[in-house]
Ligand binder design. Structure first.
Ligand code: SAM
Ligand code: SF4
Length: 338
């Protein structure tokens, strides 16, 4: 950590400066995606264990005003199942950060405009199949139509770009790459394919089931012409359709997030706060800091920053998926806040 004049830079031992905070607002969800949580038997957090909106706002404000946080992403569980979410959005938008949310999209027909009006800047919708029957198998819910309507509602509400994230799994939905690319172009949204990670509740992940970056591009080239563009600080490698396939707007590009075969750990600027106030310096971290205890125990703003900075300082170089030393987190993605 480096401090000076009440300003702290959240920098770790590898020189990575941390400016992005992902906040899970609930561990609950209206879906049961097979790669994320079991269909039955999830143990939910008690309401009293969740950070209140006031606590989330305080932690965010302190980190924005004195520790260089510039972007906040709301996630979960499914963030839109947290009651009165637009109120939290309003509080966080007032901090002047780039504010975004990851959602399964099913409730967006009802809340997209409200969230936009409250100050949300960007939306990512997670959607892993365009086939109605497969959607039921993957999510245990018959709500593909609502998600598609939700994507349109997000575009209509003025979110730009709306990104649609698809996690690809071999033998499950790896035959939908071209369908998704056509979908993105038709709907004017940026599709991003994500290599799936060993965070599934059932432990079904193994490296043979990962549909790799290389495979995705090979498939995409069967129908489309495109070129890579500068990726900047983003985890997604970006590709813009060119030649006869070129087009303007969010539908004119797609991305691949190669979390497993080409991890972006070296550029990682992310920190996470779980719904019950655990601060984690990595999605795969085995340690965490109980920030809720700092806050509820009467900690000052300085105590919050010092605790967070100490935890960032301890961050490891990367997750080591695929290596013998990799340790699989005991919590699922929905509990960690993906
Ligand atoms: N419920 C919201 C949603 O589905 O977008 C937000 C939370 S969800 C845990 C965040 C993201 O994690 C989603 O895009 C989901 O596809 C992704 N995810 C969940 N389990 C995953 C896994 N094992 N590997 C890769 N991504 C995963
Ligand atoms: Fe819910 Fe998102 Fe997990 Fe699916 S991926 S079960 S929508 S939290």
């Amino acid at each position: 950590m480096s401090t000076g004049d009440a300003q702290t830079t959240l920098i770790d031992r590898f020189g990575r400066v941390h400016t992005d905070l992902r906040i899970s607002v609930t561990d609950r969800c209206n879906f049961r995606c097979t790669y994320c949580m079991p269909a039955e038997g999830m143990q939910w957090l008690d309401r009293a264990d969740l950070l209140s909106f006031e606590e989330i706002e305080r932690i965010s404000r302190v980190l924005v005003e004195t520790a260089g946080v510039r972007s906040i992403r709301l996630t979960g569980g499914e963030p839109t199942v947290r009651a009165r979410l637009p109120l939290l959005v309003e509080k966080l938008a007032a901090l002047g950060v780039e504010l975004s949310m990851t959602t399964n999209g099913a409730t967006l027909p009802l809340v997209a405009q409200q969230l936009r009006d409250a100050g949300l800047d960007r939306i990512n919708v997670s959607l892993d199949t365009l086939d109605a029957q497969r959607f039921v198998e993957l999510t245990k819910r018959n709500e593909l139509a609502q998600v598609l309507e939700g994507i349109d509602a997000a575009v209509a509400a003025g979110f730009e770009p709306v990104k649609v994230n698809a996690v690809l799994m071999r033998g499950t939905n790896d035959d939908e790459v071209l369908d998704f690319l056509r979908f993105g172009r038709e709907r004017g949204v940026t599709v991003r394919f994500i290599e799936w990670m060993p965070l599934d509740a059932q432990g079904a992940w193994d490296d043979q089931t990962v549909v790799t970056y290389d495979e995705i591009l090979r498939t995409a080239r069967r129908e489309f012409s495109f070129g890579a563009v500068e990726r900047g600080h983003q985890p997604a490698e970006r590709f813009v359709f060119d030649g006869d396939d070129a087009m303007d707007g969010p539908g004119g590009e797609f991305g691949v997030i190669a979390s497993v075969t080409q991890p972006f750990c070296g550029d990682c600027d992310r920190m996470r706060l779980t719904a019950d106030g655990q601060f984690r310096n990595c999605l795969f971290a085995i340690r965490h800091l109980d920030l809720r205890e700092v806050v509820r125990g009467g900690g000052s703003d300085d105590d919050i920053v010092r605790a967070v900075a100490g935890e960032v300082d301890e961050k490891w170089s990367g997750h080591q998926i695929g290596n013998a030393v990799f340790i699989r987190p005991s919590k699922s993605m929905s509990q960690l806040g993906g």
